[in-house]
Design a protein around this ligand. Sequence first.
Ligand code: S3P
Length: 175
Amino acid sequence: MKNIVLVGFMGSGKSSTGRRLARKLGYDFIDTDYAIEEVTGLTVEQIFAKHGVKRFRGEEALLVSKLADKENLVIATGGGLVLNPQNIEKLKANGIFILLKASPETICKRVKNKRTRPLLARGNLKHKVTKLLEDRQDAYQMADYSVNTDHLDPDTIVHIIYQYLLERGVIVRNH
Ligand code: S3P
């Protein structure tokens, strides 16, 4: 079965939703940030600090190449992974893209994990989030389906995605 690829900005709920969705579907769960930390032996923060954003994007691209021909995965992507069109192309070959959306206000409340989010570590958080969100609007347009997560808890988001996947025939009901 096709992979389910969760895309969206930092704090949109990709990891919390993805873990639950994978459990519901009986799929393996991959969080690209954690997979990169495992492969490199460095935290995301350390990769950015020691080697820069380019190296991190390189690690993302390498990981995508490894994941693209796999099946039955729920993949929670880092918020910038879709900025590379090749990543989209590779994951689309066997994946359905679900965009999780959130307002700048919601994002600012949710992005507490500094270790995996060096891009938001310094400066005015609201300004940074608003600017980056604007810059990325186009990259997020390729999603097959989107859910606004502002007022939804992870279980409700999972339910909505699950219904969509059933309707699209991407999955069959397992109970
Ligand atoms: C990034 C998002 C982060 C992480 C890295 C870069 C981005 O992942 O990959 O800090 O460019 O938006 P989350 O979206 O899981 O926070």
